[in-house]
Design a binder for this molecule. Structure first.
Ligand code: HSE
Length: 336
């Protein structure tokens, strides 16, 4: 399978390293023979239909000299050339999803499969992009867009096949959960936020985290998968954690409760807002952990807990999608 990767940030570089190190395993275990034929960062695109030397790309990227590569190309060549799949990993933009929306649209329209770990295009245009993929008879996968490597999306879409999901509820932003955890330990909101930024949990603009928009974007994705609700970011009622304050956090603790930024959807209402939950709730996870509780009609409430971010973790989700794509194309019906 030929792939191009647009976006060589933390996730894109981690993906290249994983492909380099685990290429043989992916081939022998899943029959996935992956050839990276194109890569692009924000300035340079490189393309070679025979396959790129990944070690060389990583080295050049590290030294900031990717534009010295002999196989420079245009983004159009990457997207519309001989690739089977576009892996889109550009930075998240929750305002209009650009430029990712444009790349994804171009690829789907050109009959290419698309894998993304980018919340932006899904938050603003998920229903339209899904329709475009279906119209063009191609696959559009986005396992890494929610929960990093933790398979929240598959939990909702695949693990409960044949059952009706009634509601989903959870903590799907690591930064705010880290801040609230540290506030319980007596740290101010500002100091806790600084720590979260230092640890690399927060978005480039951390207001996306603390004001609830990152959670809302992920809720849109989960709700569309669980309920086919056809929603975008505009349909979510959003409130962040800025105004909670240390006093309220301590009061909750004294009463056996804890503040969490909870995302909720039942297919009709979609909200993100801080709530007090019992200290005994399975959603009471600490630090930057995420937790999603799915309530299914027959099997009841089930909670999945895991790390919600990280370059290598998210790259694992992209690899999961590549394997899923291979299995779907082979049509061998294996359930992964
Ligand atoms: N800023 C996000 C978070 C990163 O804190 O969860 C992962 O999407």
């Amino acid at each position: 399978m030929k792939a191009v990767i647009i976006g060589l940030g933390t996730v894109g570089r981690a993906l290249l390293r994983e492909v380099q190190e685990r290429g043989h395993e992916l081939k022998s275990k899943y029959g996935l023979n992956l050839k990276v034929v194109g890569v692009a960062d924000s300035k340079t695109a490189v393309y070679n239909e025979e396959g790129l030397n990944i070690a060389e790309i990583l080295k050049m990227k590290e030294r900031g000299i990717l534009n010295d590569h002999p196989n420079r190309a245009s983004l159009t060549e990457l997207i519309k050339g001989g690739t089977d799949v576009l892996v889109e990993l550009t930075p998240t933009n929750l305002k209009d999803g650009m430029p990712a929306v444009r790349y994804i649209r171009e690829a789907l329209s050109a009959g290419k499969h698309v894998i993304t770990a980018n919340k932006g295009p899904l938050a603003v245009e998920m229903p339209a992009l899904m329709e475009l993929a279906e119209y063009n008879g191609v696959h559009f996968l986005f396992s890494g867009a929610v929960g990093g490597g933790t398979p929240f999306i598959r939990f909702v879409s695949r693990c409960l096949l044949g059952e009706r999901v009634i509601r989903i509820r959870g903590i799907i932003n690591g930064t705010t959960n880290y801040i609230l955890t540290r506030m319980e330990e007596g740290l101010s909101f500002e100091k806790a936020l600084k720590e979260a930024q230092k640890l690399g949990y927060a978005e480039a603009d951390p207001s996306a985290d603390v004001d609830g928009w990152d959670s809302a974007a992920k809720l849109v994705i989960l709700s569309n998968v669980a309920f086919q609700s056809g929603v975008t970011l505009r349909d979510v009622e959003v409130e962040g954690i800025r105004d909670i304050g240390l006093e309220n956090v301590s009061d909750a603790l004294r009463n056996g409760e804890t503040y969490k930024l909870i995302a909720y959807s039942d297919g009709e209402s979609h909200l993100v807002k801080p709530q007090r939950i019992s200290l005994k709730s399975p959603l009471n996870v600490k630090g930057a952990l995420n937790a999603l509780q799915v309530e299914a009609e027959i099997s009841g409430k089930q909670t999945l807990v895991g790390k919600g971010a990280g370059g290598r973790e998210t790259a694992a989700a992209v690899i999961r999608d590549l394997v899923e794509l291979k299995v779907r194309l082979a049509g061998d019906g294996r359930c992964l």
